[in-house]
Design a protein around this ligand. Structure first.
Ligand SMILES: Cc1ncc(COP(=O)(O)O)c(C=O)c1O
Length: 273
């Protein structure tokens, strides 16, 4: 089994019951770690019925994986089967007439419902890392003569590895801002590193580990003051926090969606510019 999928024997308590809530009327009637308490919460959970919408091969598995792949929605099976039979099966090569444009129409939909970006700016395409490499390269080339790229040490590892490669390839200075304490990037933290040598500054909107949320609008404005380009990785914010890319003046962005935003294929990537 992969990641954080945990096999839980449902007949056994998760934790031994404590005497805590049972012996006092002034405390909570049940301890938060008692199985009965968890079962009561399950019974009262207004979202519980959503469980029926997912394919659950093994009911003994408690799937807590916050990673890229959520449970398979039952509807996805129908949609993919329909796509295979009707579109590939039925249309064969003629399908390209509309498949070619779907990167844009899907991108427009993501832009409208999740990014606050007007039509014509978002594409659903490739992997996040490929998109990140392409957009970071484009940004560096759009600022010829500038020698510095900035990110933070809490940024997603693959983004940082790509920046290391780009810095080497283009002979740039890669500045990594220390922020392992609370993982936040604030204007005060960023400002001392900014100058007119900076071509590109790139952060996540919501940090993948701590969940810290950076202020896109304020930081983008600050980065623009120095003539640099801001590249935002929205992988952990899209679908979970309100995004206003057009209003915030965002230049370029990449992202993938996590189980928060259920999409047909279980995992979609987009890039926005
Ligand atoms: C914040 C962030 N950036 C980049 C990536 C890399 O995504 P991909 O595997 O699609 O290249 C991920 C996910 O794995 C991510 O969560």
């Amino acid at each position: 089994m992969r990641g954080l999928g945990v096999r839980v024997p449902w007949s056994a308590p998760l934790f031994p019951p404590t005497p805590y809530g049972k012996t006092s009327d002034t405390l909570a009637p049940m301890s938060a770690v008692e199985r009965t308490y968890a079962e009561q919460l399950d019974r009262e959970d207004p979202l519980a019925h959503f469980r029926e919408r997912f394919y659950i091969a093994d009911p003994e598995v408690c799937y807590l994986d916050g990673n890229s792949l959520g449970r398979l929605p039952l509807h996805t099976i129908d949609v993919i089967n329909e796509l295979m039979v009707k579109e590939w099966g039925g249309e064969v090569v003629d399908g390209w007439h509309h498949w070619l444009d779907e990167s844009q129409s899907t991108g427009d939909l993501i832009g409208r419902v999740a990014l606050g970006a007007a039509a014509g700016q978002v594409l659903a395409t490739d992997t996040t890392s490929v998109n990140f490499y392409q957009l970071a390269t484009a940004a560096i080339k759009a600022r010829p003569g500038r020698t510095t790229v900035i990110t933070d040490e809490s940024n997603f590892p693959t983004d940082r590895y790509i920046l290391q490669g780009l810095a080497k390839e283009h002979n740039l200075n890669l500045v990594v801002i220390p922020n392992s304490d609370d993982e936040l990037i604030t204007s005060e933290r960023l400002k001392p590193f900014l100058n007119d040598e900076v071509a590109l500054v790139t952060f996540q909107v919501v940090q993948y580990r701590a969940g810290a949320r950076n202020n896109v609008s304020e930081l983008t404005e600050l980065i623009h003051t120095y003539g640099a380009i801001a590249l935002w990785d929205a992988s952990h914010s899209v679908g979970s926090v309100a995004m206003n890319y057009d209003a915030d003046g965002v230049d370029i962005s990449v992202g993938c969606k996590y189980p928060i935003l259920i999409w047909h294929d279980g995992r979609g990537r987009y890039s926005s510019y």
